[in-house]
Design a protein around this ligand. Structure first.
Ligand code: PLP
Length: 390
């Protein structure tokens, strides 16, 4: 069965051009870029080129780019660095809707005596900047607020957040793993101190990430050992993946316009048609500014997992916000933070598109999903009651 892949916020297909770019760096050009000989030197040149390409996508300087193993590592490195830079400051501010890469770290840090404020969001997933202002104090080492949410696509006003953080001398980090490559960023005109990205969300392979650290911002490495990455991240570089990420960033610039017109158009059509065909469906975060490729839709009185399984039988790959926690199906922490009612949060499905999504993929969901939701509603007592009341 050919897959209809609408789970691009989970991971993306490696672009063929990206794969071709990295291919020679396994069996032919396998030298270590730190080696003195010509064989390592030619790899170093390609790593430098990749760094320039990543920097160009971000509007950053090449020396502000640190290659890491993933988005999770970048997030951990940024927050831990700030705590080392300001050992006397014991307060961290983040949000209730961060990815676990930030949230789990922050919650673990409370066990080590740090105070963590998790900012709330409203029912459209938006932050209240006044809550941030009241939470900030001279003891705040770092504010870490994601650029865009992985489940709903809601975009946060990170520049405003960064400016407020600065007023109290705190560093500002943003987890931009879902934003990079989808919306334009320009670090040269930004107040962001540190930013995380992950290759596998923008058509590069898994296992490569970047931490951007603004020039002049103090940084203490999380990984220590060799002198790679100017002493900021020890460990022999994953050269093939770095080279792949460079190419992926170059392509992201080229396809940015497409993402914000054609891809967004397909996402909007999907929402419009599903809303028209399925009663009691709503877009989570629909009232907020969102990424062009993401939609999270709640179908009341159905289990998201059941929808996913039935869609999967028809080749359609999407995801639900739910995680299976200790045997009970908990609705997603993001939707709970937004106050999405339990009956809706449980039946929420995320569709995330990419430049490889076609109109035919969207047609398939519009064709297959309404009967699936109807069938599941007929099978549940609440669903039946709802259908009979219509
Ligand atoms: N942050 C966000 C917002 C994400 O969506 C993800 C991955 O889903 C991560 C961090 C973690 O990135 P990685 O899988 O590269 O560790």
């Amino acid at each position: 069965m050919k897959e209809i892949y609408l789970d691009n916020n989970a991971t993306t297909k490696v672009d063929e051009a990206v794969f071709e770019e990295m291919r020679p760096y396994f069996c032919e050009l396998y030298g270590n870029p730190s080696s003195m000989h010509f064989f390592g030197g030619q790899v170093q040149k390609k790593v430098d080129e990749a760094r320039n390409r990543v920097a160009a996508l971000l509007g950053a300087l090449p020396e502000e780019i640190i290659f890491t193993a993933c988005g999770t590592e970048s997030d951990n490195a940024a927050i831990r660095s700030a705590l080392e830079v300001f050992p006397e400051k014991r307060h961290i501010i983040t949000t209730r809707v961060e990815h676990p890469a930030v949230l789990t770290l922050c919650r673990n840090l409370t066990k080590k005596g740090y105070r963590v404020t998790e900012l709330n969001v409203d029912n459209a997933g938006r932050l209240d900047l006044n809550e941030l202002r009241s939470a900030l104090d001279d003891n705040t080492a770092i504010v870490s607020v994601m650029y865009a949410n992985n489940e709903t696509g809601v975009i946060f006003p990170v520049e405003e957040v960064a400016a407020i953080a600065k007023e109290k001398g705190a560093l500002f980090h943003t987890d931009a793993v879902q934003a990079v490559g989808k919306i334009p960023l320009n670090m040269a005109a930004s107040s962001i101190d540190m930013l995380s990205l992950s290759g596998h969300k923008l058509h590069a392979p898994k296992g490569i990430g970047v931490l951007y650290v603004r020039k002049g911002v103090p940084f203490r490495p999380f990984m220590v050992g060799g002198h790679q990455e100017k002493g900021r991240r020890a460990g022999t570089e994953s050269t093939s993946s770095i080279i792949a990420l460079g190419k992926a960033c170059e392509l992201a610039t080229k396809f940015m316009e497409d993402e914000n017109t054609r891809v967004k158009g397909m996402r909007d059509r999907l929402e419009r048609e599903l809303m028209a065909l399925i009663p009691s469906a709503r877009v989570n975060g629909g009232a907020a500014d969102r990424l062009p490729n993401t939609t999270s839709i709640a179908f009341e009185f159905v289990e998201g997992e059941a929808i996913l399984l039935l869609l999967s039988e028809n080749g359609i790959c999407a995801s639900s916000g739910s995680a299976c926690t200790s045997g009970s199906l908990e609705p997603s922490h993001v939707l709970r933070a937004m106050g999405v009612p339990f009956t809706c949060a449980h039946g929420s499905i995320r569709f995330s598109l990419s430049r490889f999504t076609t109109d035919g993929d969207i047609d398939a969901v519009i064709r297959e999903l309404p009967p699936v939701v109807n069938r599941l509603r007929e099978m549940s007592p609440f669903g039946r009651e709802f259908l009979q009341s219509k």
